[in-house]
Design a protein around this ligand. Sequence first.
Ligand SMILES: *Cc1c(COP(=O)(O)O)cnc(C)c1O
Length: 367
Amino acid sequence: MTTEDLGDGTRCVRGGHPEPVGGTPLLPGPVFAAPYHLGDGEGGDFYGRAGNPTWRALESAIGELDGGRCVLLPSGMAAISTVLRAVLGVGDALVLPSDGYYATRQFVRDELTALDLDVREIPTPGPWDDEVFRGVRLVLLETPSNPGLDVCDIAELAERAHWAGALLAVDNTTATPLGQRPLELGADIVIASDTKALAGHSDLLLGHVSVRDEELAERLVRARTLSGAIPGPFETWLAHRSMGTLDLRLARQAENAAALVAALRGHPAVSGLRWPGSPDDPSHDLARRQMRRWNGVFRFELADAAAVAEFVRRSRLVVAATSFGGLHSTVDRRAQWGDPVPPGFVRFSAGCEDPDDLVADVLQALG
Ligand SMILES: *Cc1c(COP(=O)(O)O)cnc(C)c1O
């Protein structure tokens, strides 16, 4: 069934599930087949690297939310690298966020050297001068950016990219398909690491790309089939099962982020607090225009690396981990991964604990 006219919670619960048929399971289990019965050539699946019904169920659910055709890939980086390889040719110009996910820049620098790309790294808030778009083939945005949580105007930049003859892609990992629909704002490609909030339980890796152009979708499917970088059916099934609660989890995470940001605002140990959902955040007005709802990821700075270590040591509920969007609240000191941020910069991912418990714990841990 299509769920386009329904609310976020209903769409998360129902998306991608089959019509009821008497005597069949309420929910289908994962299909692990490598080869399928070929039968009399009536079509359908034939080999597990080319097609799998468990993938299609989740692709249908995510694609409906994104507003395009979803192609599932085994991780967020698999989604990003598949898009870059499919779209870029030798000598092409590529715009990347200088403050976005670090492995994307590393992949371009270390793995695409043979393409001899003209790489233009631009911070998410700009400046977006005309020079940036000159002769460009692909513009990749990340908004809100990870880890800085800056925001850029997807609709405006899509228009300018198209004017220059480029495709515009958005890494939508932080927002999730409930938080933001880049394809509706004019983007050609939406990419996400579903390892984060979409699957949301810190127990699997997965990614996807959604597009509206059928030809591009087919190209991505072909790239997946021929590269052999395919999602595992069990991870796919788990992610689909997890996605059923995305609306609930995101609501609690955003509630927790709002409570924590309010509690940390003006705290003497805390500086550089940013959360697009906060009305006093510099990106709030733009974020509110293009985002549908908030999530649990915010950032702030403590004095130095030792202060972050001390904060984690004193906390009962917050653990250090380098991911976000999960049930459990986590902090990640990003400088340790090479992000161009101060040593005491942390990205905080508010989980699904009780807001009062979290606020009390974080305040006592800050001393
Ligand atoms: C985590 C992340 C990725 C990479 O995803 P994996 O599933 O770890 O491969 C890409 N982009 C952003 C914004 C991320 O946060």
